[in-house]
Design a protein around this ligand. Structure first.
Ligand SMILES: Cc1ncc(COP(=O)(O)O)c(C=O)c1O
Length: 369
């Protein structure tokens, strides 16, 4: 059996004809940038998440950049995130002269450890923004993180790029911070057919600032008061996302069912399975296990034509681009250990039970069972 790591075409089989019809409708409509579809998606996505405002932008990376800058951050300001996220969480802001700091993660969830956060904020009083990542679709410990941030006067931006539809104690992620960001990269739980992203907030001032920043810093027609960008979501992407949004919850349920099939199929094997925290509604953007002999396991699965990936093999604080920050091996032991052990198994809504059984069987054979 050939098992892909993602299968977007198969996931969308039931809505393919609606997608094609919508594509044709947009071609004929003749409006391609920041039009009716983008406005409608922004309203529908804000209503889905439960915020007052949403602003469509060109990517999740731009959502982080514009989200952060909309809060008034400027070059030289410090922000904190975790070292085991996708590079964009740090680079979207460092690109604009903001300075990344990192804190370690919790072993079980791979998410930001609120105690480690507090330890850092105690030491470095000038950190202005905290960017916890709901990694793999599992929410962070938001109550504790919010408490620490408010104690130290630090603003909060949730990176929910991997967590559309995820919930923390029955509240949607994206509703518990100053601003929150989502990516519509094609493989995400809600993805488009190219790049796209969205920022959500209840803060009207930040919202107005986002509209200015995404459109060349234009405050009025042909009036540019601040340095801005060109970061717009296409009508076409917005229209296709509007077809998909009503299916997000159903697809997340399928992901959760598939995760639970993996949980039982891998139960007796010497691998660490993902743990859904008691406060979490995990949406399994990725199903990540950890194993001491990760690389050999991946090679074995590859030989069986089962594709796996590692999210992410090189912790950000050890990347050459951030060498000047003064971190080194050993700075964040938990994030570094996870980078050596983790592997993402195929998981998506249309993955079939027999395919999951086949992956579990191969893992079991690798361990000689
Ligand atoms: C945690 C996280 N942050 C940020 C991003 C950046 O999003 P994009 O690829 O849409 O720019 C991604 C997506 O890859 C991500 O997974």
């Amino acid at each position: 059996m050939n098992i892909k790591i993602f299968d977007i075409d198969r996931d969308h089989a039931a809505i393919r004809s609606d997608l094609v019809k919508t594509f044709e409708r947009i071609l004929r409509a003749g409006e391609f940038i920041l039009g009716k579809e983008v406005r409608a998606l922004e309203e529908e996505f804000a209503a889905y998440v439960g915020t007052k405002y949403a602003v469509g932008v060109a990517s999740g990376t731009d959502a982080i950049k514009i989200g952060g800058l909309s809060l008034g951050l400027k070059a030289g300001d410090k922000f904190v995130t975790t070292p085991n996220t996708y590079i964009a969480t740090a680079m979207a802001l460092s690109e604009h002269g903001l300075v990344p700091r990192f804190c370690d993660i919790e072993d079980e969830s791979y998410n930001m450890d609120p105690e480690a956060l507090e330890g850092l904020l105690k030491k470095e009083e000038d950190i202005r923004l905290c960017v916890p990542v709901h990694l793999y679709g599992q929410p962070c410990r938001l109550d504790e993180i919010r408490e620490v941030c408010s104690k130290y006067g630090v603003m909060l931006m949730e990176d929910a790029c991997q967590a559309h539809g995820s919930r923390y104690k029955d509240r949607n992620v994206g509703t518990m911070s100053d601003v929150a960001v989502f990516s519509f990269y094609p493989t995400k739980n809600l993805g488009c057919y190219g790049d796209g992203g969205i920022i959500v907030t209840d803060n009207e001032e930040a919202y107005r600032q986002m509209l200015v920043l995404r459109a060349h810093g234009q405050t009025d027609r042909h009036v540019h008061d601040v340095q801005g960008f060109v970061s717009r979501l296409d009508e076409l992407q917005a229209a296709l996302l509007r077809i998909k949004l009503p299916f997000l919850d159903e697809w997340n349920i399928k992901r959760r069912q598939n995760a639970s099939l993996y949980d039982s199929g891998l139960e007796d094997l010497p691998v660490k399975r993902p743990v859904e925290a008691p406060y979490a509604y995990h949406v399994y953007h990725l199903y990540v296990i950890a194993a001491d002999d990760r690389d050999a396991l991946r090679t074995y699965l590859g030989e069986k034509r089962i594709i796996t990936l590692v999210h992410y093999p090189n912790p950000i604080h050890l990347q050459k681009v951030y060498r000047h920050l003064g971190y080194g091996p050993g700075s964040f032991p938990k994030a570094e250990r996870s980078a050596r052990q983790i592997v993402s198994l195929p998981l998506y809504p249309s993955l079939e039970a027999d395919e999951i059984a086949c992956v579990c069987q191969a893992v079991s054979e690798f361990y000689g069972k």
